[in-house]
Design a protein around this ligand. Sequence first.
Ligand code: B12
Length: 300
Amino acid sequence: MLKNLLAQIADDRIKAAYLPIERFADVKADILRLNETESLNGMQKTIINQRYVFDLTQFNFVPKTIIIVAAKFELVGMTFNYQGKSVTDFYCVDQSWVNDKMKQVFTENGYNLESIYWLPQKRLAVCSGLAEYGRNNIAYIDEWGSFFGLQTYVTDAPCGEDYNFRDVRMMEICETCGVCIKSCPTKAIKDDKYLIDCRICLCYLVELEKPFPDWLPKSVIHSVYGCYKCQDVCPRNKQALSNITERIEFSEEETAMFLAGARREDMPATLVEKIERLGIQDWRLELMPKNLGALLENAG
Ligand code: B12
């Protein structure tokens, strides 16, 4: 049944798996065990104990199934030109249409469907057979590497018996590779434990609406919206990274607008079109002055 519903959304940019709602208890119990077996930092404790709380009574329908959707990122190159400097970066563009399409198909077939962000998305993707963990704590799918986003939904459509459920697992290649550990600019990926130190992960520092901490060598900042070092060097990502076929060029004036913290409504239509193609027209623009500024400084 669920297979038939998902067939109506079939697209080569998405892959989906599903689990009966009862299985979530197993996943949650495994995660809560980390409280005892790992020395978690405050952020990890908050996520595990206060965010990944999944209350079935919050819905106005009886959830029967969790659906996990992996949506391939489109990698779009960006070039910023400013005062004679030119810096390149890339952005992972979401498949933003998936949510609406899921809603439409399930509603048309008489079911309720709610998107929920605060579920252990990577772990659910791995346990449902959709993905495998990499040593860098990111989930991988064979031909896409790690360049995809995850979406999770609950629905009252019955799951049926044709689902997979397996223990959490890491890709075999990671057992002996370790290049992500070596390349992590802030040493957030640890040799002796699987969980990363998320408070020093460059992605976190870049996303934070605060200046970079003093201990961080500014020379390591290489992207406006995150860090790609552990994914860049990963042998499982070679193919995905060769797929950057589109590049958006930002002129001197456009780059200056980003640096000045311009919002969407302050921008000319030509620039709005570019930021909307990337999907950065929201809060992401607020990160531009800090991060693009650092990138341009690094360009000498
Ligand atoms: C908080 C968060 C962050 C934080 C902390 C990330 C972290 N790894 O600790 C920061 C800001 C640093 C971050 C960065 C990134 N994030 Co993020 N992030 C999240 C968020 C909101 C929660 C994840 C989390 O911290 N959970 C708590 C921790 C404890 O759980 P966990 O990371 O799943 O870890 C599990 C495993 O470690 C497993 N486990 C425990 N022991 C062991 C042992 C072994 C051997 C194995 C295999 C597993 C295992 O159990 C843990 C609990 O499930 C999720 C969305 C969501 N709802 O889950 C997105 C999410 C994980 N992020 C995502 C992305 C894309 C990124 C970045 C790649 C973005 C970028 N390049 O700029 C980086 C990757 C950094 C990295 N190396 O992990 C995607 C991942 C897609 C994918 N392909 O895997 C998600 C799912 C968002 C989405 N909806 O698409 N992120």
